[in-house]
Design a protein around this ligand. Structure first.
Ligand code: HEC
Length: 159
């Protein structure tokens, strides 16, 4: 048997072999915590249920200690890509850790939330492409921005 017969088939065979090979590499650890999050801002003390639900569907996968993992995130290279976004996202902003920080830092993160939303930079486009429930309407974006602004104003008075 002539193997592979044509260059196109050869390329496809190599691609498939590589795809299968990377599935065998270890998956990055998942972002999941059972423990109660005592430093979380995601609490009814700080936001209405509506804002909490919006953050849950559009932000928390990358900005909290608990991400949802749809089946395709178990497939490489999606698993690595997802893990990278979660690590970077949590470094920049973690709603479950925000109360650990100084009031000053909390204020600056709330400012940053309003800025990112105003510039249309968050949630990431690569994420909303797949997660339809994370696409925010203008009204929903404005609601989160108003929440961030009003909480910031309250914290400003404490500073
Ligand atoms: C798919 C992952 C993902 C989602 C979903 C996401 N973000 Fe982000 N976010 C990131 C990453 C990664 C960064 C780090 C900076 C960068 O790479 O752009 C970031 C940065 C930020 C920052 C900057 C923090 C700083 O240091 O000032 C803010 C604020 C932010 N995101 C808010 C949000 C809000 C609000 C939502 C929901 C409406 C959201 N993000 C949804 C991944 C995400």
């Amino acid at each position: 048997m002539k193997w592979p017969v044509r260059p196109k088939q050869k390329r496809l065979a190599i691609f498939l072999l590589l795809f299968i090979a990377i599935q065998l590499l270890p998956s990055p650890p998942r972002n999941h915590t059972e423990a109660r999050q005592s430093f979380s801002m995601l609490s009814p003390r700080f936001m209405t249920d509506t804002v909490a639900a919006l953050l849950q569907s559009a932000c928390n996968d990358c900005h909290s200690n608990n991400s949802r993992y749809p089946w395709y995130t178990a497939v490489q290279p999606v698993a690595w890509y997802t893990a990278r976004h979660i690590t970077k996202g949590k470094e920049a902003l973690n709603f479950d850790e925000l109360l650990r920080y100084s009031t000053k830092k909390q204020i600056s993160k709330l400012e940053s939330i309003a800025e990112q939303l105003n510039d249309g930079r968050m949630p990431l486009k690569s994420y909303t492409l797949i997660h339809r429930d994370a696409r925010l309407s203008g009204e929903q974006t404005a609601l989160i921005m108003r929440w961030a602004d009003s909480l910031r104003t309250i914290l400003d008075t404490l500073e």
